[in-house]
Design a binder for this molecule. Structure first.
Ligand code: FES
Length: 102
C-alpha cells in the first residue's frame, strides 16, 4: 500500500495543502510552512496557539463556514480553507526574518 493513500489534499486561499489522514487543518497549515493565518482587529497575527480548542486563535473559514477552529477539525479531501476574512498568512521564513531583525 502506498503512503500517498493516507494523504488528504485541500486548499488554503487556493493554494494546495495536505496532511496525513486524521490530522487537523492546523497541522496541514503548519506543515505548509504557515505559522499565522489570520489577523485580529488590532492587527495582531494569529495561528496555532493552544492546539486543543480553547483559545480560538486558529480560526479559519472552511467551505464557506467562518469561525472554525483549525486545530479541532480534521482535514478532509477537497476542503476549501480560507483565512476567515483576514489576510495575514505568515510563513516560518517571515517569522525567522522578523526574529533576526530584532
Ligand atoms: S489553537 Fe487554540 S483553539 Fe485552536
Amino acid at each position: 500500500m502506498s503512503a500517498n493513500l493516507n494523504r488528504v489534499h485541500a486548499t488554503f486561499e487556493g493554494e494546495a495543502i495536505e496532511a496525513e489522514a486524521g490530522a487537523s487543518v492546523a497541522a496541514a497549515l503548519i506543515a505548509s510552512d504557515r505559522v499565522a493565518w489570520r489577523t485580529t482587529r488590532d492587527g495582531a497575527q494569529r495561528g496555532l496557539f493552544c492546539g486543543i480548542g480553547v483559545c480560538f486563535d486558529c480560526l479559519v473559514e472552511i467551505d464557506g463556514e467562518s469561525g472554525q477552529r483549525a486545530c479541532m477539525i480534521p482535514l478532509q479531501e477537497g476542503m476549501r480553507v480560507c483565512d476567515n476574512g483576514t489576510r495575514a498568512t505568515r510563513t516560518a521564513v517571515d517569522a525567522d526574518t522578523e526574529e533576526a531583525a530584532q
